[in-house]
Design a protein around this ligand. Structure first.
Ligand SMILES: [Zn+2]
Length: 232
């Protein structure tokens, strides 16, 4: 965010339509209203749930109800791409936080956040963290937490592989790229917990699937998934 003096020379602009906005805003009210909502919070078997539904095919008895619910707030389009790009790369963590707060406000009454014990941002590798200075998914969590009052866990799952950017890869390459990317040194932290994995964009679901692979050996840990957007 700019200081009030710099603000005189560089007024805040809406990240989508580039019209001037109040300094504490990064998105104008019109653009916020027009974002393409999916309504996944009230749609059973939505796109995100379909991506991970096979997790509940019981190999073990306790796997039956392991995946609880999932959803993405927005459909990925050009405007949403601008928004997420700004939240991720333009030192705009407060934008990610605002979007997280907005999802929570809109989805709260549906019960989507009921009985969740922990909000878990998909971790980025320490190298990426040094470059960018923040994990945008952690800021989405902060926004959600400000509404639902659920603690955020940023330490139990770690990114141990510095993966190249996913966007230029084929589906098979994406899957390969994130294999063994995550590690959970203290699985006991999540025993009997219901965790909500939080990400910015879901494309093939490969990243989250690999997180889930690390989580599945933890007995009685239930998993839900939420993202800002879903790409297909
Ligand atoms: Zn706008």
């Amino acid at each position: 965010m700019l200081s009030p003096v710099l603000e005189l020379f560089y007024p805040s602009l809406c990240v989508i339509c580039q019209r001037g906005v109040d300094s504490y805003n990064t998105l104008c009210a019109d653009c916020l209203r027009q974002l393409p909502r999916t309504e996944h919070h009230i749609l059973r078997e939505n796109k995100v749930e379909m991506l991970f539904s096979d997790i509940n095919r019981p190999r073990k008895q306790w796997d039956k109800h392991r995946f609880v619910r999932g959803g993405a707030w927005l459909r990925y389009d050009d405007n949403v791409a601008k928004l997420i790009h700004a939240a991720k790369f333009f030192e705009r963590p407060e934008l990610a936080e605002m979007l997280g707060r907005q999802i929570a406000i809109e989805w709260l009454d549906s019960g989507f956040f009921d009985d969740i014990d922990l909000l878990v941002p998909i971790p980025i590798h320490p190298h990426r963290m040094n470059e960018r200075g923040y994990n945008q998914s952690e800021y989405i969590c902060r926004g959600i937490a400000s509404v639902v009052n659920i603690p955020i866990d940023t330490t139990t799952i770690r990114r141990v592989k510095d993966t190249p950017k996913q966007s230029q890869l084929t589906d098979a390459e994406r899957q390969k790229n994130v294999e063994h990317a995550f590690h959970i040194p203290e699985p006991v932290n999540w025993h009997k917990r219901h965790i909500l994995l939080v990400d910015d964009v879901i494309t093939t679901g490969a990243t989250i699937r690999n997180c889930i692979k690390e989580i599945t050996p933890i007995r009685s840990c239930r998993i839900s998934v939420i993202s800002l957007a879903v790409a297909r």
